[in-house]
Design a protein around this ligand. Structure first.
Ligand SMILES: NC(=O)c1ccc[n+]([C@@H]2O[C@H](COP(=O)([O-])OP(=O)(O)OC[C@H]3O[C@@H](n4cnc5c(N)ncnc54)[C@H](O)[C@@H]3O)[C@@H](O)[C@H]2O)c1
Ligand SMILES: O=C(O)CC[C@@H](O)C(=O)O
Length: 469
């Protein structure tokens, strides 16, 4: 178990300063993040939110990488936080330099927040993944440091499903090749091995948010849908679950992968699986680059076993737009480019205006709620804890956030610390080794807050203590 962290910025975690003046700053709104338009925000506004001063909002430093959408930037700036924005991801050494200083980092799929990087993140409270995937973050290590991680679990699912539909037809009709030929000035009117998709079978591997959306769209085009998933899932429409990956590969004309990156899905489609596929079938991967063994794909395409493929994701992806996608990054890159009927896209499955705007709002709202209220609803690595907000008729209250090791006896000790005060409400939950406690304490004076915090900090179970008031 990792050692407890000392948040270095005194106004955020390590020390509290009490101000009975409740309207310290118009931006220091505890309950109602402005301009987000979210359901939670409107609920909070209706509840006559009390303005509290958990910290000076301008003390919160946020680093947003990878061209996070403007919607998210606006929400965070409107809170008064200091927001630094960069279009690309950062090389590890620069990331380490930057992360030392910030309380919040917002990333997409490229930035790797490994243990090595997070070890340097002494002030970090929370990570926002402005995407679905969270495989780029060491979630377990982050939890052990008391760093919450949020993502947007399905705001871009439809965009991915629509891209895959486009690719199914594009591959079936060899559109990429015909278009490239025309761009080079060559007329090549071909029908051989070009097909309608009506009546063909689509095999979906991973029937989650994206897989199930794709299922609906594919059936609307007259395709038969089968799917393979590690869990038993309700079929949508007339889709049918098959028991094994092999069964799916033997039956499908088109195979589309929608599984997360895990040790089990690494090279899930390799030489053996290509052999199991139908002759002249197609493969689409818009999940994660590690799921397909690319040299095996190249072999299967050269042998004519696979008639076409669409790849949106790669084991190693460039840092930003305009960067080269060459063999320096993935040794097979040049070879891939020489194949016919292969669509190569730069990880754009979720890149639509609709998806990016929605993700910006959803993740930024989650960050604001976590920073200002300590609620963890939607966190992917901490227990999900939500508690009614404090209201205007509750002056002199403090909200205690205590992230701790999930070991016997902690609650008793915490309540000994809080015991001399009136605990209005309290909630606690655990996830594996980590537990998260929220408590609202009433009639507290500045000295009480300091004492409570110091006593909680002194407990051996402590990972991170925050006090909002
Ligand atoms: N290309 C893009 O831009 C883009 C956009 C969004 C998501 N993604 C990626 O797509 C993938 C799927 O996203 P989602 O939102 O549908 O996820 P999801 O969690 O909703 O669904 C994943 C499904 O895969 C199943 N699964 C997990 N391991 C499996 C295994 N070994 N074999 C078979 N099934 C397995 C799960 O049970 C689940 O039903 C993720 O990797 C995500 O990161 C890519
Ligand atoms: O926008 C991105 O970088 C990631 C898109 C997608 O892979 C996701 O995980 O949501």
């Amino acid at each position: 178990m990792a050692a407890p962290r000392n948040i270095q910025n005194s106004s955020l975690g390590a020390q509290v300063s009490y101000s009975p003046n409740l309207s310290v700053s118009p931006t220091a709104t505890f309950h109602s993040p402005p301009a987000s338009g979210s359901f939670m925000a409107s609920l909070a506004q209706r509840a006559a939110a009390k303005q509290l001063k958990p910290f000076n909002t301008e003390d919160i430093k946020i680093l947003l990488l990878e061209n996070v959408n403007q919607t998210g930037i606006d929400i965070l700036k409107n809170q008064g936080y200091q927001v630094e924005f960069q279009k690309a991801s950062l090389p590890e050494d620069q990331l380490i330099e930057k992360i030392r200083d910030v309380h919040v980092i917002g990333i997409r799929s490229k930035t790797k927040l490994t243990e090595k990087v997070l070890r340097e993140a002494k002030n970090l409270l929370v990570i926002g993944c402005f995407c679905i995937g969270t495989n780029q973050v060491d979630l377990e290590y982050a939890a052990k440091q008391g760093i919450a991680v949020f993502n947007s679990p399905f705001a871009n699912s439809r965009s991915v499903a629509e891209l895959v539909i486009a690719e199914i037809i594009t591959l079936a009709r060899q559109l990429g090749d015909r278009s490239n030929e025309m761009h080079r000035g060559t007329w090549n009117k071909v029908s051989a091995k070009c097909w309608e998709v009506r009546g063909k079978t689509l095999g979906i591997v991973g029937y989650g948010h994206i897989g199930s959306q794709l299922s609906v769209l594919a059936e609307a085009m007259g395709m038969s849908v089968i799917y393979y998933d590690v869990v038993s899932l309700m079929a949508i429409g007339t889709a049918r679950q098959v028991p094994t990956l092999e069964a799916l590969l033997q039956e499908a004309d088109f195979v589309s992968l929608h599984v997360p990156e895990t040790p089990e899905t690494k090279n899930m489609v390799s030489n053996k699986q290509f052999e199991q596929m139908k002759n002249g079938s197609y493969l689409i991967n818009a999940s994660r680059g590690t799921v397909v063994d690319i040299p095996a794909l190249v072999k299967a395409m050269r042998a004519g076993k696979v008639a076409g493929a669409a790849l949106d994701v790669y084991p190693n992806e460039p840092a930003g737009n305009g960067d080269y996608f060459t063999s320096d990054l993935n040794h097979w890159a040049e070879e891939l480019r020489t194949l016919n009927n292969i669509i190569l896209t730069p990880h754009i499955g979720g890149s639509t205006e609709e998806a990016q705007r929605a993700i910006g709002v959803e993740v930024a709202d989650a960050l604001v709620r976590y920073i200002n209220q300590g609620t963890t609803l939607g966190s992917v690595n901490l227990p999900e804890v939500n508690m009614r907000s404090l209201t205007l008729d509750e002056p002199n209250h403090a909200r205690i956030i205590y992230i701790h090791r999930n070991v016997p006896g902690v609650l008793r000790r915490v309540n000994e610390v809080l015991g001399d005060h009136n605990v209005d409400k309290q909630i606690s939950d655990s996830k594996g080794d980590i537990a998260y406690l929220l408590a609202d304490v009433s009639d507290v004076k500045p000295d009480d807050i300091k004492e409570i915090r110091d006593n909680l900090e002194a407990l051996s179970s402590r990972i991170l203590t925050r006090v909002l008031y």
